[in-house]
Design a binder for this molecule. Sequence first.
Ligand SMILES: Cc1cc2nc3c(=O)[nH]c(=O)nc-3n(C[C@H](O)[C@H](O)[C@H](O)COP(=O)(O)O)c2cc1C
Length: 221
Amino acid sequence: MDVYEAVTTRRAVRGFTDEEVPRDVLERVLSAAAWAPSGSNIQPWRIFVVTGEPLAQLKKRAVERVATGQPWDEREFEMYPRELKSPYAERRSAFGKERYSALGIAREDWEARQRAAIANWDCFGAPAALFCYIDRDLGRPQWADLGMYLQTVMLLLRAEGLHSCPQMAWSQVRETVSDIVCPPEGLMLFCGMSIGYEDPAVNYIRTGRAPLTENVTFIED
Ligand SMILES: Cc1cc2nc3c(=O)[nH]c(=O)nc-3n(C[C@H](O)[C@H](O)[C@H](O)COP(=O)(O)O)c2cc1C
C-alpha cells in the first residue's frame, strides 16, 4: 500500500470485528510511528496500549458509567471552543448530520444518539486500544506533535490491513482510563484510539472535505 492509498483509505471506523490484533503487529506499527517528527525531537507522546482483560474491564466500567448518566470527569482541556465560529460550526453540524443519518437516527432522537455515542466507550467493538498522554507542562506545539504521531500510527495501521478511530471521547472519562493504565504523575490524557479489523456489516457514510481553495492558498508569481 502506498502512502496515498493509506491516507485515502484511513477513516474513523466505528465498527470492528473481535479478531485480535497480534502484539507483534502493534509493536511494528508503534516502532515505525516513533519516526514521526516533533519539535527538537522531544517525542512528547506517551502511549499505553490496552488489550485483553484490562480492555474488557475498561470498556465495562466506562460504558456502565456513561449509561447510568454519571457526570463526566472534570475537563483538563476544552475539546472545542464554546463558540465555534464559521466555517467550523457548519462543518461540525454537517458531520453530525452525516454520522447520524448513516446510522438511520433522526437528529432529534436524543436517546438513539446517546446509544450510538456510548459505542465510543466500547471501542466500537475493537479488541485493542491505545491511549495517548502528554506531559501537562508541555504546550501547544507539542500537542501538534501528538497529532503528527497519531496520524502516522493510523497510516501504518492501514499498511497492516487494520483500521482505527481516534477518540477524544475517552478524555471525558479520563479517571476510569487512569484506573486501568495507571499513568505516572504529571501526564494528561489527550485521546484514545480504537484499533482492529473493520466489521464490513457496519454502515457508514464517507465524510467529505472542503475544496482545496477553502483551506490552501498558493502565493506565487
Ligand atoms: C483528535 C480527534 C478526536 C476524535 N474523537 C472522536 C470521538 O471521540 N469519537 C468518534 O466517534 N470520532 C472521533 N474522531 C473522528 C472524527 O470524527 C473523524 O476523524 C472526522 O469526522 C473525519 O472523518 P474520517 O476520519 O472518517 O475521515 C476524532 C478525530 C480526531 C482527529
